[in-house]
Design a protein around this ligand. Structure first.
Ligand code: GLU
Length: 451
């Protein structure tokens, strides 16, 4: 069934990946030569530069990279950030290599990408993904800079997700998890939705989080600390931990960093080797790990009422049909996890403008707030309440501005999805509505440029 009335041939053009580059290179390590294989796929160049993460994973392959690049195109279009979609991967288990070795491998990979025009501020802008983070982005940026000495001014914008000291932006690391929180809040607060069994917040609701990497950890942290959710289960590749009263997320992260696993955490019961964590009873389930976590075999056993796709592609097509037929609401990945690329966009803009967000207005805003506070005190003869004074006077730090920008994008995007569902009830589920909203914009862009 077609929900979009596209001109003939345009849907094929939009679906196809424009190019996928396979790179094989050798690095001399541990006294011998090791060969590595990686990919960078460019899905759509209707908008440039193209954007998307680079993952380091031993099970990566070209097909997966292409699918994820397509998802990046859809994601960027849905949240209205001006990028086409791209994705990259290196087939490697980063835990098997020391930081020095990883640095050499990453620098070689970057040289290869650079040779093919697959990295550059106006061409293709990588970011962190599974198995990569600030550290890898800093190496990539540095390598790009060395290879392009004439592009010094904008070189920092060649990747996002960098450390703050290397041109990163406050709030990029937490961004995807923060976006997950804004997505859930937007859904629950919208009275056109059925909410969580009719409830409009997460207060005391039980939540299962699958994956305790950057995204899962931040989502669990914000939802438990700020929305009073009970994160009862955190599941990982080696089993799960359970505490019906809610896990202490910060302590669990410390335990994982110290021991390399969530298992054995003293604030919960551990279920080592047990993959059924996501099938336990809960109100909401947040898959925040790899693709295909919920598939035809386990979809029937999922007990959550609401699934929030923090990972890319965590629900297979068959599972999606099963879950929907069981009346389970799914908030789709292209909306839920878009926070990462939204804040990447802010970082890229910051690098290109060469001026930190808020620099020009911060002091002026502070002075104005002081004047307003003084005027209120004079008019009322009372002192400004001490508990909100600091927050009121503050001119807006970078992290405040980033969070406010991200919240605005997530809320605005939700409103577009929900409005579309209201206008067109035949769309039935949020994934279809998000796809329609996103593809419509891409189609308009293609039509406008006449290709
Ligand atoms: N890897 C993240 C994603 O899948 C972020 C991409 C980016 O910031 O470019 O959305």
């Amino acid at each position: 069934m077609s929900f979009l009335d596209l001109p003939e041939g345009l849907s094929e053009r939009i679906i196809q990946c424009n190019s996928t580059y396979t790179v094989r290179f050798g690095v001399r390590l541990r006294g011998r030569m090791y060969s590595f294989v990686g990919w960078r796929s460019v899905h759509s160049e209707h908008c440039e530069p193209v954007k998307g993460g680079i993952r380091y994973a031993s099970n990566a392959d070209a097909e997966e990279v292409e699918a994820l690049a397509a998802l990046m195109t859809l994601k960027c279009s849905l949240v209205d950030v001006p990028f086409g979609g791209s994705k990259g991967a290196l087939k490697i288990d980063p835990r098997e290599w020391s930081p020095q070795e990883l640095e050499r491998i990453t620098r070689r990979f970057t040289q290869e990408l650079n040779k093919r025009g697959l990295i550059g501020p106006g061409l293709n802008v990588p970011a962190p993904d599974i198995g990569t983070g600030e550290r890898e982005m800093a190496w990539m940026m540095d390598e790009y800079r060395r290879a392009n000495p004439t592009d010094v001014i904008n070189a920092r914008a060649c990747v996002t997700g960098k450390p703050l000291s290397k041109g990163g932006i406050a709030g990029r690391t937490e961004a995807t998890g923060r976006g997950v929180q804004f997505a859930i809040q937007s859904f629950l607060r919208d009275h056109r939705t059925k909410g969580l069994k009719g409830r409009r917040d997460l207060n005391s609701a039980s939540v299962i989080v699958q994956g305790f990497g950057n995204v899962g950890y931040h989502a669990a942290k914000f939802l438990s600390e700020e929305d009073a959710a009970r994160v009862t289960i955190v599941a990982e590749r080696d089993g799960y931990v359970h505490n019906p009263d809610g896990l202490a997320i910060e302590r669990l992260k410390e335990h994982q960093k110290r021991t390399g696993s969530i298992l054995g955490f003293d604030g919960a019961r551990s279920f080592g080797g047990d993959m059924s964590g996501i099938e336990q009873s809960c109100d909401a389930l947040i898959p925040a790990a790899m693709e295909n976590a919920i598939h035809a075999e386990n979809a029937e056993r999922i007990k959550a009422h609401l699934i929030i796709e923090a990972a890319n592609g965590p629900v297979t097509f068959e599972a999606d049909q099963i879950l929907r037929s069981r009346g389970i609401t799914i908030l789709p990945d292209l909306y839920v996890n878009a926070g990462g690329v939204v804040v990447s966009y802010f970082e890229w803009v910051k690098n290109l403008t060469h001026i930190p967000f808020g620099l020009m207005e911060r002091r002026r805003r502070e002075r104005r707030n002081h004047t307003i506070a003084a005027a209120l005190e004079r008019m009322t003869g009372k002192e400004f309440p001490a508990d909100i004074r600091d927050e009121f006077l503050e001119g807006g730090s970078e992290i405040d501005l980033v969070r406010s920008g991200l919240e605005d994008v997530m809320r605005g995007t939700w409103a577009r999805i929900a409005d579309l569902m209201e206008e067109r009830p035949e769309l039935r589920d949020y994934r279809t509505a998000a796809y329609v909203a996103s593809i419509r914009q891409i189609a308009d862009a293609y039509e406008a440029i006449g290709i």
